[in-house]
Ligand binder design. Structure first.
Ligand code: CU
Length: 708
């Protein structure tokens, strides 16, 4: 019996089992009945906060990955605790999200990560049965079944039940690739390791445990909101869903986090982490991640004969903030600094703070993914703050006008974004509540006022020196920026008979092996370079600045994330997507290529564009020039996006242009400041879609800078 018929038999057995208990809609291995999100009472429990309990990174710290129970749904609603995965940091926790790690710019930190995601006697953890691993996608695959090369191998269509591979990536960190926690750097509880596994072995470094790795973070970049989360190949969506995520605050001598910080930002109890994630639960209060049954929120996997358990995007109907469903926070009528993070698999949030009579508190954005803005940017209702998976926003919200009132953080983003289902007013349109008291401790709010006029002594001076600018507010490259390379790259969704099959960057799979040759000659795409067990096409020169023009031919928005660098958004421009795609498909077919075979032309083919960007009119990437298809004018990044970014929303029907410099954030324009580490060494970095369900199924490519 081959794998496929084995699987069919298992499905039949599973359905029989499921029907036996009624309304089953979820896990292949565990019968589950979906709990409608609207049945979860809201605003019963306070938001878990980390002020006063953050873990300093300075002297080294240990993070273990643990399975445990956490009260996520309200006990007062009759719900018991939920089995989750989370980080235990220097003995604090385990918790989902883990305690915030607090590092200081210029003080390197050494983190020891330990994978304890196992049950008694090394058996698989309980949650593995709920988070079904699909072995047919390119994944960590500790037993080397290599199902993507030999899909009919026995066992490929079964859920994986072996040791859990996991690895922690510091998202937004300017770090050596050895310590980037990339997709093939995983390790298991019983000491198995991925092909790109590395550990820090410098004199004085702690030894790596068999089931772990030691990473060194120089913390040389600007103070900002980083976070760390799981990044194992093909199981990131499951491991993060389980709870493997936490904040990492990088401080400096101005953004100290203390009450006496020179910027006078809200601190102490007035600085709050807000990690927003959507989840689905079963009637027993356990996590539900749909993997095989047609009913329920997300339907069945669209192409079960190819990928039995993978769904294109997970959307839950319960909003969980800092590991609590629909929590509330008691606040004083004063300004708060909120560190917003979207840690969801696929759901975008379009956020506004609204009280009961639709009066809104303005959002003052002071920081983006990679650092503080030059000045606070107001987002005034009906304007909203869009936050895609992976993105952070550092904001100030002033609750002073709302004394004695309740302010709700609301969402109106469609799912998938931007043209899917509307947010449900009963569930996903609500995030959390702020209950505003009537008195301010110490009587006055001594923080700077983002709304103060530019001449006021009380304005917020976020920076003493302005941001290094790669891009201007007009959407061009900044003065002095030399564009060494322009890449035009294509986002493409591959459709199967029942729906999306995989999503690709530049029609190239994670491995760089041409899809049509997989399992036979295993030929890499033309002009690619091998590193570890993948073939690279993006090899930017260290120290250079590139413009990446990413052509989204899909129907959905994708938050594209680059490791190593903080970049800047130049602009977004509509183009004739259908016409471009059909011409591009014709070129692909003419080149004898199909899905996953790489771009139509060899990647390094130099095309001369009529459009010049930053003085550069030569374009590589192997695609048709998009310029003849462009419409209208380029739209510069919104004011609140004109900062350092590591994750950027790329809308359907648009070309998104980003300016990326492969040198440290603090390097002045024209400067030659290099990284404190060799960024050209090690297993390399990745760029990928931060919709976790996409990055797990091929929407990710390795890259590494090369020496000039
Ligand atoms: Cu995507």
């Amino acid at each position: 019996m081959d794998g496929r018929s084995l699987w069919r038999g298992a499905v039949a057995a599973g359905i029989t089992l499921a029907l036996g208990i009624g309304n089953a809609s979820a896990s292949f291995l565990v019968p589950q009945t979906a709990l409608p999100g609207k049945n979860v009472p809201k605003y019963r429990d306070p938001l878990p906060t980390f002020a006063g309990s953050r873990v300093p990174a300075t002297s080294g710290y240990t993070v273990s990955f643990e399975e445990f129970k956490q009260q996520v749904l309200p006990a007062s609603g009759g719900f018991g605790p939920t089995t989750v995965w989370g980080y235990k940091i220097n003995g604090n926790g385990p918790l989902w999200p883990g305690y915030t790690v607090e590092a200081t710019k210029g003080s390197p930190a050494t983190a020891t990560y330990v994978n304890n995601l196992a049950g008694p006697g090394g058996t698989p953890p309980l949650l593995q049965k709920y988070l079904t691993v699909d072995q047919t996608i390119h994944w960590a695959d500790p037993f080397k079944l290599r199902c993507m090369f030999t899909p009919m191998a026995a066992g490929c269509f079964d859920p994986y039940t072996g040791p859990v591979p996991a690895v922690a990536h510091l998202h937004g960190g300017e770090d050596k690739s050895d310590f980037d926690g990339g997709p093939e750097q995983w390790f298991t509880p019983n000491g198995m390791r991925g092909p790109a596994y590395r550990t820090y072995t410098s004199a004085g470094a702690p030894p790596a445990p068999a089931n772990g790795a030691v990473y060194n973070y120089p913390n040389g970049q600007e103070a900002t909101t980083l976070w760390f989360h799981d990044h194992a190949l093909g199981t990131t969506r499951l491991n993060v869903y389980g709870g493997l995520a936490a904040f990492y605050f990088l401080r400096d001598d101005r953004d100290t986090g203390r009450a006496d910080n020179p910027i006078r930002l809200p601190a102490g109890d007035q600085e709050t982490e807000i990690l927003i994630q959507d989840r689905q639960f079963d009637t027993a209060g356990q996590l539900l991640f749909p993997d095989g049954f047609p009913s329920g929120l997300n339907g069945a996997p669209p192409n079960p004969t190819v990928h039995p358990f993978w769904i294109p995007e997970f959307f839950g109907d319960v909003i969980v903030v800092n590991g609590k469903s629909w929590p509330y926070q008691n606040v004083e009528p004063r300004r708060y600094r909120l560190r917003l993070l979207n840690g969801s698999n696929a759901r975008f949030y379009n956020l506004a703070f609204i009280d009961g009579v639709l009066r809104s508190a303005p959002i003052w954005q002071i920081g983006t993914d990679g650092g503080l803005l030059d000045a606070p940017v107001p987002i005034v209702y009906p304007g909203r703050l869009l936050l895609a998976p992976g993105e952070r926003a550092d904001v100030i919200v002033d609750f002073t006008p709302f004394a004695g009132k309740t302010v709700t953080l609301t969402n109106n983003a469609k799912a998938p974004f931007p043209s899917g289902m509307a947010a449900d007013p009963q569930t996903t349109a609500q995030i959390m509540q702020f209950r505003v008291g009537t008195t301010v401790t110490g009587d006055t709010d001594g923080t700077c006022d983002p709304a103060a006029s530019k001449k006021s002594g009380n304005k917020c001076v976020l920076r003493t020196t302005p941001m290094v600018k790669l891009a201007t507010a007009k959407g061009t490259t900044a003065p002095g920026v030399t564009v060494a390379t322009r890449r035009q790259l294509v986002l493409r969704e591959i459709e199967g008979g029942g729906g999306p099959l995989e999503v690709l960057l530049n029609n190239t799979k994670w491995s760089g092996i041409m899809e049509s040759t997989m399992g036979t000659t295993n030929t890499p795409v033309a002009g690619s370079t091998q590193l570890v067990d993948y073939w690279l096409t993006e090899l930017p020169t260290l120290g250079s600045t590139e413009v990446w023009e990413i052509i989204n031919t899909t129907g959905d928005a994708h938050p594209i994330h680059l490791h190593l660098v903080q970049f800047q958004i130049m602009n977004r421009q509509p183009y004739q997507a259908n016409k471009y795609l059909s011409d591009w498909m014709a070129a692909l077919t003419a080149a004898g290529k199909g899905p996953g075979d790489g771009p139509p032309n060899p990647y390094a083919t130099v095309l001369t564009d009529t459009l010049s960007i930053g003085g550069q009119n030569q374009v590589i990437g192997g695609n048709l020039l998009v310029t003849p298809y462009l419409q209208g004018s380029p739209v510069p990044a919104a004011p609140n996006e004109q900062g350092w970014k590591d994750t950027v929303v790329m809308m359907p029907g648009e070309v998104t242009r980003i300016a990326v410099r492969f040198s440290p954030q603090g390097n002045p324009i024209g400067g030659s400041v290099g990284y404190s580490f060799d960024a050209t060494d090690g297993p390399g970095y990745v760029w990928h879609c931060h919709i976790l369900d996409h990055e797990d199924n091929e929407m990710m490519r390795p890259y590494i800078p090369v020496k000039p």
